[in-house]
Design a protein around this ligand. Structure first.
Ligand code: FAD
Length: 315
């Protein structure tokens, strides 16, 4: 079933979460172990992130360094199939522009359809670590909107080679939105113009970047509605879990902690202290968002489900 149908048919706020594929060499069981504790809360869908290749330097026998590419977390499509098979729940693979030609994208989408997966989250992806700015594949897409357009064309039976009649695909497409604006964007207004282009190109719903101040989400939803964006906007929530997260999350995801939260975090002496504050904050956020009438609460678990389990017990 499509994510948008889950949302349209829901009588109460839905719950969903996102996991990362395991590191190369780890078994699928590590993913099942993080999903199992959350299944009692009946998630409507589970997102699986996509991770691009990285360049690493391997020391050769002659002492020289060799630059090689590797993907630390391969296997998004395989994991989605495994999740559907084991839990009978929707799995939503993230599909990115980075590193993909249009033909590779088309082939990936055909594989997904063969597996019965008709939900995708369409993203541009970030630049790889060794590049300062995002560089698209020479025959790929520069922005997520172009990926959405390609998927929408396939939904109309238009493939890259227009020579034979093709069966239309039936993808339900989600896209990313940023209540605190995307870090490359000049301002929130231009960011929203580009977000509207994604929706006009066929996106069915938006999932937001994590945020810790609900007022920013409420203002974002209002700004979207004022800009003519009328699809569901799913809030993304991340329970802060460790002392490392205190500097990592704002730096990596370009988001702010509100002052009340930062005051509590500054008192923390251990990961356990942070975990407690993170859970309490996310519970408060979730309750208020539910009251506001959000379609779904989407949790970034980063494959560590214990905090999310605790939050769900409390809301
Ligand atoms: P876009 O919508 O293409 O926007 C990127 C930037 O370009 C923005 O600043 C936008 O304002 C601007 N822009 C858009 N269109 C145009 C245009 N036509 N002309 C000029 N400027 C334009 N990354 C991963 O690698 N893997 C994942 O699995 C993943 N999952 C994510 C899940 C969620 C819910 C979110 C919020 C993000 C995720 N990301 C993931 C990160 C995402 O790939 C990055 O934030 C990336 O930098 C932007 O992706 P986007 O799809 O929002 O890009």
């Amino acid at each position: 079933m499509k994510v948008i149908d889950h949302i349209n048919q829901a009588k109460d706020t839905l719950f969903s979460f996102e996991i990362l594929p395991p590191l190369k060499g780890k078994s699928i069981q590590s993913i099942f172990d993080s999903i199992d504790p959350l299944m009692e809360f009946k998630p409507s869908f589970i997102n699986v992130t996509y991770h691009r290749e990285e360049y690493i330097y391997k020391k050769r026998e002659d002492g020289l360094l060799e630059k090689v590419t590797m993907r630390k977390r391969p296997g998004t499509v395989g994991i989605c199939a495994a999740i559907i098979n084991k839990y009978d729940v929707e799995a939503v693979p993230h599909l990115i522009c980075g590193g993909f030609s249009r033909e590779e994208t088309e082939n990936a989408l055909i594989d997904l359809q063969f597996l019965g997966i008709d939900n995708v989250l369409a993203l541009r992806g970030d630049s790889i670590k060794t590049e300062s700015t995002f560089k698209p594949h020479p025959d790929g897409h520069e922005y997520a909107v172009d990926l959405v357009k390609q998927i929408n064309e396939m939904n109309q039976g238009k493939y890259l080679l227009d020579e034979v009649t093709m069966a239309p695909t039936e993808f339900c497409v989600g896209v990313a939105g940023y209540p605190e604006k995307h870090f490359e964007s000049m301002n929130l207004t231009t960011d929203l113009q580009y977000l509207k282009e994604k929706v006009d190109a066929g996106a069915d719903y938006i999932v937001t970047q994590m945020f810790f101040d609900n007022q920013k989400y409420f203002a974002f939803v209002k700004a979207c509605r004022d800009a003519g964006i009328d699809v569901p906007i799913i809030p993304g929530l991340k329970p802060i879990k460790s002392l490392r997260h205190i500097s990592f999350l704002p730096k990596f995801f370009h988001i702010d902690f509100p002052e009340d939260l930062s005051k509590e975090l500054l008192k923390c002496k251990s990961n356990e202290d942070v975990d407690r504050v993170g859970i309490e904050w996310a519970v408060q956020q979730s309750k208020e968002l539910k009251e506001f009438g959000v379609p779904c609460l989407h949790f970034y678990t980063m494959s560590n489900s214990s905090s999310v389990q605790e939050i769900l017990k409390n809301i």
